[in-house]
Design a protein around this ligand. Structure first.
Ligand SMILES: [Ca+2]
Ligand SMILES: [Ca+2]
Length: 163
């Protein structure tokens, strides 16, 4: 008949192993949590970048593709035009805004660590991947790259047609 004192409860070794396992579980939970916080921070930056690209899309959505006032449109700003006078899409080519600007062209100082860089290129009518000479087609591609502390974190591009 076995009725020993050791048959019930945990031995010291078992207790130590249990403590170790619980400790490892807690440590891995903490590590997962900090990784999640980091990923979440990156997600916030990405949302901000998308918001900033969207500002440019909104700003330029209603602008004509080439300058409405000059006979021979210049690719880039026509003479004397500054941001507030930009009245066609290619005026924005090569622009870089830091702090970034909103859809109403005012600086977003709260996002001072971010910047927007804009490229406007004509693309081939039958192959939008093919860049052609300035004003060489009726299609333009606008690209906005958003940088955070001079590191590119997001970019967006879209097409506009000249009509
Ligand atoms: Ca213009
Ligand atoms: Ca222009």
């Amino acid at each position: 008949m076995r009725n020993g004192k050791c048959s019930s409860g945990f031995s010291l070794i078992e207790a130590l192993i249990a403590i170790l396992l619980v400790g490892m579980a807690v440590a891995s939970l903490l590590a997962a949590n900090s990784a999640f916080t980091k990923a979440n921070g990156a997600g916030t930056d990405l949302s901000t970048a998308e918001f900033l690209a969207e500002q440019i899309r909104e700003l330029t959505a209603l602008l004509p593709v080439i300058d409405p006032e000059t006979e021979v449109a210049v690719f880039g700003p026509e003479s004397g035009e500054t941001l507030l006078d930009y009245d066609d899409l290619d005026d924005f080519d090569g622009s870089s805004f830091s702090p970034p600007i909103s859809a109403d062209r005012s600086p977003l100082v709260d996002y001072g660590a971010f910047s927007q860089q804009i490229t406007v290129q004509n693309v081939d009518a039958s192959n939008f991947e093919q860049v052609v000479v300035d004003h060489g087609s009726f299609f333009v591609r606008v690209t906005v790259r958003v940088y955070l502390n001079s590191k590119e974190i997001s970019s967006a591009s879209w097409l506009r047609a000249r009509y």
